[in-house]
Write a protein that binds this ligand. Sequence first.
Ligand SMILES: *Cc1c(COP(=O)(O)O)cnc(C)c1O
Ligand SMILES: [Zn+2]
Length: 397
Amino acid sequence: MIRCVSCGAEYDDDEVIYTCEKCGSVLELVSDIDVSKDIFEGRKDTLWKFKECIPVDESKIVSLNEGGTPFCKCDKLGEELGVNLYVKVEGSNPTGSFKDRGMTVGMTKAMELGVSTVGCASTGNTSASLAAYAARAGLRCIVFLPSGKVALGKLAQAMFHGAEVMSINGNFDEALEAMTALALEKHLYLLNSINPYRLEGQKTIGYEILRDLNWEAPDRIILPVGNAGNISAIWKGVSEFYNAGFVKDLPMMTGIQAEGACPVTNAFRKGDKRVVPVENPETIATAIRIGAPVSDIKALNAIYDSNGYSETVSDEEILDAQKLLARTEGIGVEPASAASIAGLKKLVDQGVIDKGETITCVVTGHLLKDPNTAIDACTKPTEVDADIDTLRKLLME
Ligand SMILES: *Cc1c(COP(=O)(O)O)cnc(C)c1O
Ligand SMILES: [Zn+2]
């Protein structure tokens, strides 16, 4: 069953519907978990190990073996910050971001519904993922990207997998508005995170974190927030497993935004349940360069209900954290992902996070998604001849 998160109106699973017809709010899938957690054990470690908890037709699955991502204990960085730190590395998904979790489930639903065309607006990763899964499913794929604001790796993926790519003169929010209008006219099936099936895939990040911690909840989950689907999805996941009795506690959901694109943090500071859109969002972390997050209600509920928090970080803090994670722990992430680490550092400094807390930072996308930013952050390689004497000298300097 699909249910409106605001007025509770109910809709059939097979209705192609993105927002509530009665009140215009966002929708979610409602399902009960009536299995034991033991059945997940011994299965291949993709997100489909949780198939009983994902409300789609198993015979229609479109998968690239997403999920089952690394869960790295980060002792060096953790010690530096005085917390017990784990990093969930979502860049290890097939196309290099957590969007693949949402897309495998969304594309499976598309096959169930028998659609022929899928589409999305994207800051980059959604389009990269959708293009790959549409290719695998054999569907036509249309993506709208904000002109000049998509990281190179993501653009390469969307184009290379054969999506019809439109570069929109406008920002992400405007591209999404246009794409949504076309979806409502039934030209295509919309696979942005307003589609509640996307979040059914992404909730498995929450499932896996609990499983990775041997069926205990961390004190806190920290992640970057853009369109605010992922924080909503992870909260849904951990809440479902909590309600099923698989764990005894729930984590505090902690959403980090960029200073130039922080409608959720602004709302949190005022105690509001909705955001006031940020008109011209700006940040180097293009994946979270979003001013009007569609899942704001769900995300703010997640933060309030979990006794969580929201904070902003500057672009400089993001880039510092990106480098810190890469150089102390060997984990390469794109700028948006590093917002979680930057946020952790800031909240420890502010005393919001207690020393000794068990923290899971979700790092959402791979370093190679945005090679330009990575290269700009480094000193150039030394140009030198293949002459042993010169090289030896250089090494001994
Ligand atoms: C999509 C994305 C985000 C933001 O997730 P939302 O669900 O839009 O809040 C953060 N980081 C990366 C790398 C992303 O691709
Ligand atoms: Zn409603």
